[in-house]
Design a protein around this ligand. Structure first.
Ligand SMILES: NC(=O)C1=CN([C@@H]2O[C@H](COP(=O)(O)OP(=O)(O)OC[C@H]3O[C@@H](n4cnc5c(N)ncnc54)[C@H](O)[C@@H]3O)[C@@H](O)[C@H]2O)C=CC1
Ligand SMILES: O=C(CO)COP(=O)(O)O
Length: 326
């Protein structure tokens, strides 16, 4: 299957590098300087510094050229850009190309996950989602990584998992599209909380409590949205939550850390949780799901809740059972 990747940032470049081991990959991006660096120097210093890229990646600026003959198209731009990117691609997209959605987020204006956005913009296309604990730099460097790819059509998921896996990049196939998306989007919000806790110097015990109680929120909300609990316990839920809450290699954690320390966040890299927090909190509220950590992150980000007050509010919650017994 011939592959094209849309988005030449860290993750798009890393996924193109894996897919390019099995054949030529077109990488569609916007910045001529990045395209030039990839084609001439086999590197992407703007987004993946220090990593040598295979010669089988071709960076392309023209959608028609990039997508010609593509059987699989990976969409790897930030979640909030997905709808606009679909509209840009439509005239050039081969009708039967399978779309693999790799962004982790919730569309802030609609509350839709990526698959619903793409189904609305490009109806009738075969769609899969890919998510799981995987830092772009690790994947591009060939370090062992495992992720989940889900499509409603199980045979499509299996075929895509085979095509996109690499020697150290293991893709587990599944059919729970919503579960994979919910895990990937919600863990970003929770990683901001974990980073803020570290920035406030609350210690490793608080960190563990946040990750654990955060996972309860991810599970409750994910299940209320229709996710299979086993997916949420898997790579794209618990797995990615653990990774993203583990340190500053995560941009969401780094963003929270800066908030906790009172540092400026303006120049930080993309942190998808910033855009998903308020809508995640709203989705929880609308479904009557208790999600105090997600609510706290949303409040910190919209400026209504000082970071220190968020901690006090979480600690002041009434004591309760850890879980209800039948
Ligand atoms: N970096 C990582 O380790 C991982 C990232 N992801 C997810 O992948 C998605 C992309 O993240 P990164 O590549 O890391 O971000 P990035 O910030 O490194 O790159 C974003 C890319 O999207 C392009 N872009 C931004 N707005 C655009 C628009 N309106 N139209 C077309 N292109 C646009 C930028 O030019 C850039 O090439 C995010 O949803 C992220 O959560 C998922 C797994 C790992
Ligand atoms: O999704 C990721 C790892 O799985 C990347 O996390 P950050 O976007 O927080 O860097």
């Amino acid at each position: 299957m011939s592959v094209a990747v849309v988005g030449g940032g860290a993750w798009g470049t890393a996924l193109a590098a894996v897919a390019a081991r099995a054949g030529h990959v077109n990488l569609l991006l916007r910045d001529p300087a990045v395209a030039e660096a990839i084609n001439a120097q086999r590197s992407n210093p703007a987004y993946l510094p220090g990593i040598a890229l295979p010669a089988t990646i071709r960076a392309v600026l023209d959608p028609a050229l990039a997508l010609r003959g593509a059987e699989v198209v990976l969409l790897v731009t930030p979640a909030q850009t997905l709808r606009a990117v679909c509209r840009t691609l439509l005239p050039a997209l081969p009708g039967d190309a399978a779309l693999v959605l790799c962004a982790k987020g919730i569309e802030r204006d609609t509350g839709l996950f990526a698959s619903a956005v793409v189904e609305a913009e490009l109806p009738g296309r075969p769609i899969a989602v890919l998510s799981g604990p995987s830092f772009a730099a690790d994947v591009a460097a060939g370090l062992p990584t495992a992720v989940t790819l889900a499509a409603r059509d199980a045979a499509l998921a299996d075929a895509l998992a085979r095509r996109l896996s690499g020697p150290a990049f293991r893709i587990y196939a599944g059919t729970d599209v919503l579960g994979v998306e919910a895990g990937g989007a919600l863990k970003n919000v929770l990683a901001i909380a974990a980073g803020a806790s570290a920035g406030l110097g609350l210690g490793a015990s608080a960190q563990a409590a946040l990750v654990t109680r955060g996972f309860v929120e991810l599970s409750r909300l994910g299940e209320a949205l229709g996710a299979d609990p086993r997916t949420l316990m898997g790579l794209s839920g618990l797995g990615d939550l653990v990774l993203t809450c583990s340190g500053t290699q995560s941009r969401n954690f780094a963003y929270g850390l800066a908030l906790g320390r009172g540092d400026d966040v303006a120049a930080l890299k993309l942190a998808e949780g910033v855009f998903s927090a308020a809508i995640a909190a709203r989705l929880a509220r609308e479904r009557g799901i208790e999600a105090p950590i997600i609510e706290a992150v949303a409040g910190i980000l919209d400026g209504s809740l000082p970071v220190a007050d968020a901690v006090a509010a979480l600690l002041a919650r009434p004591l309760k059972r850890e879980f209800e017994t039948a």
